[in-house]
Design a protein around this ligand. Structure first.
Ligand SMILES: [Zn+2]
Length: 402
C-alpha cells in the first residue's frame, strides 16, 4: 500500500484518458495485428467473416479496454451516432461499454450481437426506462454491461452499437470505452480515495474491503485483491450528489491503471441518509476521469452507534452493493415491492409483506423474503450478506473482475 496525494484537477485536458490510451499504444488498429497477443486465425485473416474489417476487442486471457471516438447527427430530437461494429473473440466473458462526452447525457441507442438485438431505443417499450435489465435512460457517462441477466450474454462474433445523446452533440466527438473480460480470474483492484478532510482510518478502509471481499468470495462473485489508499485534496469532504459537485469529484482521479475501480470516501453527502452511491446501473468501469468514474461512500452514514468508528460489516455491505450497481446489478427488490431483478433464484419481497401498509417494503418486513440480500433496496438492523448465484455471476463476469 502506498500513499499518494492527488491534487484536485479541474482542467479537462489534463489526464485525458483517451490521449493516455493512445500514448500507451492501447488504441485498436483497424486491421488485426498478429504479434501483440490479440488473437487471429492462423493465416492472419479476420476472426469473423461477417465483420472482417471490424476491430477485435480486448486482449486474450485478461481484461483490458479499447477506446474509440464517434461523432453524432441531430435527428428527431436527439443525437445519434454511426453504427460501430467490433469483433468479439471466443474467450470474451463480459463486456462493459461507456459513451462519454463531458457535461453531456449520453448512452446507447442500439446493441446487436450476431443478429440478436439487445437494445433498440426505437422499438423497446418506453415504460421499461430505468428498470432492469437495463436503463434506457441516457446518463452522464452512459454505460451498458453485458451479460445483463441470464438471457442476455455476449456471444463470439460481431457486436454493433449505436451511441446516442440527449442534447445536440453534432459538433462534438464522444469517447467510447469498451472493456472486455477475456480471462477467467475474478479479482478486483480498487483505489480508495479519501476526499479532502474526511475522517477515516486506513485500517477501517482495509477491514471494510476485506469484509467486502469475503462477501463476494462467499457467493462466488469474485474477490477484492489489492486496495491502494490515496488522498485527494478537495475543498470539502461534504459532497452535493445533485449538482456538478459529484461529477467533478468522480472525474478528479485518473490513476495509472484504468482497470482499478475508484472508490471515494467522503464525510457525507449534503443530502441526508445516503450510505453510498454508484454512478449508474451500470456505471463506467475501466475508464477514469469521467463524471461516472467510481462509487462514493459516506463515512458518516457507515458509523457505529458511537458516532466515531466505522461499522465494518455495514460498510462492507454498502461497498458490495454500490460496486455491484456499478457493474450492472439492480436492486433485488425495489422500495414499493413492485419491481424486482430478473433472476429466478433471487428472493423477491412483494407488497404482501408490507405489514404496516406504508407503501414500502422495509428490510425487516422482508427478512424472510430477500431482506438479507445485499442488493435489497435499503438497509436493515441485520446483516445483508447474501446474493443469489445469478447475481454473483453478473459481478464475476464484469471486466473489473480480472
Ligand atoms: Zn442501491
Amino acid at each position: 500500500m502506498s500513499l499518494v496525494i492527488f491534487a484536485a484537477c479541474e482542467d479537462d485536458d489534463a489526464g485525458d484518458p483517451v490521449d493516455a490510451a493512445v500514448e500507451d499504444g492501447m488504441d485498436v488498429p483497424t486491421d488485426i495485428p498478429s504479434d501483440d497477443g490479440r488473437d487471429t486465425t492462423p493465416d492472419g485473416a479476420a476472426l469473423w467473416a461477417e465483420c472482417p474489417d471490424a476491430p477485435l476487442l480486448g486482449v486474450a486471457g485478461t481484461s483490458s479496454v479499447d477506446s474509440f471516438e464517434t461523432g453524432f447527427r441531430w435527428e428527431d430530437g436527439w443525437s445519434i451516432g454511426e453504427p460501430m461494429t467490433f469483433q468479439v473473440a471466443t474467450d470474451v466473458r463480459g463486456i462493459a461499454i461507456t459513451v462519454d462526452l463531458p457535461e453531456s447525457y449520453t448512452g446507447l441507442a442500439y446493441i446487436e450481437n450476431n443478429g440478436a438485438v439487445f437494445l433498440d431505443i426505437n422499438n423497446d417499450d418506453p415504460d421499461l426506462e430505468g428498470t432492469s435489465p437495463f436503463f434506457h435512460t441516457p446518463d452522464r457517462s452512459g454505460s451498458i454491461a453485458i451479460p445483463m441477466d441470464n438471457e442476455i450474454s455476449v456471444e463470439p462474433g460481431c457486436l454493433t452499437i449505436i451511441p446516442a445523446g440527449l442534447d445536440d452533440l453534432s459538433d462534438y466527438l464522444a469517447d467510447i470505452y469498451i472493456a472486455t473480460k477475456r480471462g477467467t480470474a475474478s479479482r478486483m483492484d480498487v483505489t480508495a480515495v479519501v476526499v479532502g478532510d474526511t475522517v477515516i482510518e486506513e485500517s477501517e478502509i482495509e477491514a471494510a474491503f476485506t469484509a467486502t471481499s469475503a462477501l463476494y468470495e462467499g457467493a462466488n462473485a469474485g474477490s477484492v485483491r489489492d486496495v491502494e489508499i490515496v488522498y485527494l485534496e478537495w475543498d470539502s469532504p461534504f459532497i452535493d450528489s445533485e449538482t456538478e459537485d459529484i461529477h467533478s469529484l468522480r472525474a478528479a482521479v485518473v490513476g495509472d491503471d484504468p482497470g482499478r475501480l475508484n472508490v471515494f470516501f467522503i464525510q457525507d453527502f449534503l443530502e441526508e441518509g445516503t450510505a453510498g452511491v454508484a454512478a449508474g446501473i451500470p456505471g463506467p468501469v475501466w475508464a477514469h476521469g469521467l463524471a461516472g468514474s467510481g462509487v462514493i461512500i459516506s463515512v458518516d452514514n457507515n458509523l457505529n452507534a458511537d458516532g466515531a468508528t466505522v461499522d465494518i460489516d455495514f460498510m462492507a455491505s454498502v461497498l458490495a452493493h454500490e460496486v455491484a450497481h456499478q457493474v450492472g446489478l439492480f436492486h433485488s427488490t425495489e422500495a414499493e415491492g413492485l419491481f424486482h431483478d430478473e433472476f429466478d433464484d433471487t428472493a423477491a419481497c412483494t407488497t404482501a409483506q408490507d405489514a404496516d401498509g406504508d407503501g414500502y417494503v422495509d428490510a425487516d418486513e422482508c427478512i424472510d423474503h430477500g431482506g438479507r440480500n445485499f442488493m435489497f433496496w435499503t438497509g436493515g438492523d441485520f446483516d445483508q450478506n447474501e446474493i443469489s448465484r445469478s447475481q454473483a455471476r453478473i459481478i464475476s463476469l464484469s471486466p473489473v473482475m480480472r
